[in-house]
Design a protein around this ligand. Sequence first.
Ligand code: ATP
Length: 277
Amino acid sequence: MIEIVGLTKSYGAITAVNNLSLEINRGEVFGLLGPNGAGKTTTIKMLTTLSKPDRGTCRIDGFDVVKNSYEIKKRIGIVPQENNLDRELTAYENLLIYAMLHQVADLEQKIAVSLLMVGLSDRKDSVASGFSGGMQRRLLLARALLHEPSVLFLDEPSIGLDPLIRRQMWDVIRKTKIEGRTVVITTHYIEEAETLCDRVGILSKGKLIVLDSPQALKASVGEYVVEHINAEGKLIQHICRNREEAHVIARGRDNGVTIRKTNLEDVFIKLTGERIE
Ligand code: ATP
């Protein structure tokens, strides 16, 4: 349903996205992971018509993001990294304007449902500038879902959210998937990617270096990690194929040694030598 072929974007000498090709299936939650500057936001901007690729194509539901931008805008919802709410207006007014622009039918009911979904019904008439950062992000999510898009793009949806609200946001994303929508998400939160995503693509310096389910990626590098602190106080990690190997490596190391399951950050470090930050 989303087909990306050879997508490339440069800013001067920096190639932010380099020949990216991948397909995202209908109804899947797809995660784009990578360190700062890997090209995640640039990719999302091209997929959502906000930035024009230098080369390559992207089609959503068969529509080209450059040539058919009107059709694309009807089909996508966006939660951007930066807050672009109208801060002088109330939550309701922000949603009303968006609903009118998108010619949403039955808009009063849709606004009420979307506010309820993100837990802001009781703040409907409060001005957005008085909202906390977390509340503003929830309002952005309510707005993005108002016209019932077939694809929802979320650029760092959990930034600045406390753990409880983050989990509520995850519930909304899961519900979105259950409703049959496709979700594309960029995130630095490993737990978020592992919990929500059916498949994850890891970007490094604009290139897709690996793409698979979180489970398959973890299994590909090894299932367990042994961690201990060395004499200089540095954290040392060994990725092991299985629990037996982990126990062999842990034996004899008494300085705060722990054995834990591999996570996506371990995959990333193993594949790129970088840490996700
Ligand atoms: P982060 O995790 O920090 O949000 P990212 O993976 O989303 O990073 P991008 O924002 O896509 O990365 O940036 C990729 C590269 O492109 C970076 O080197 C960045 O400096 C550069 N870049 C992005 N937008 C612009 C711009 N408008 N002008 C110049 N360079 C840009």
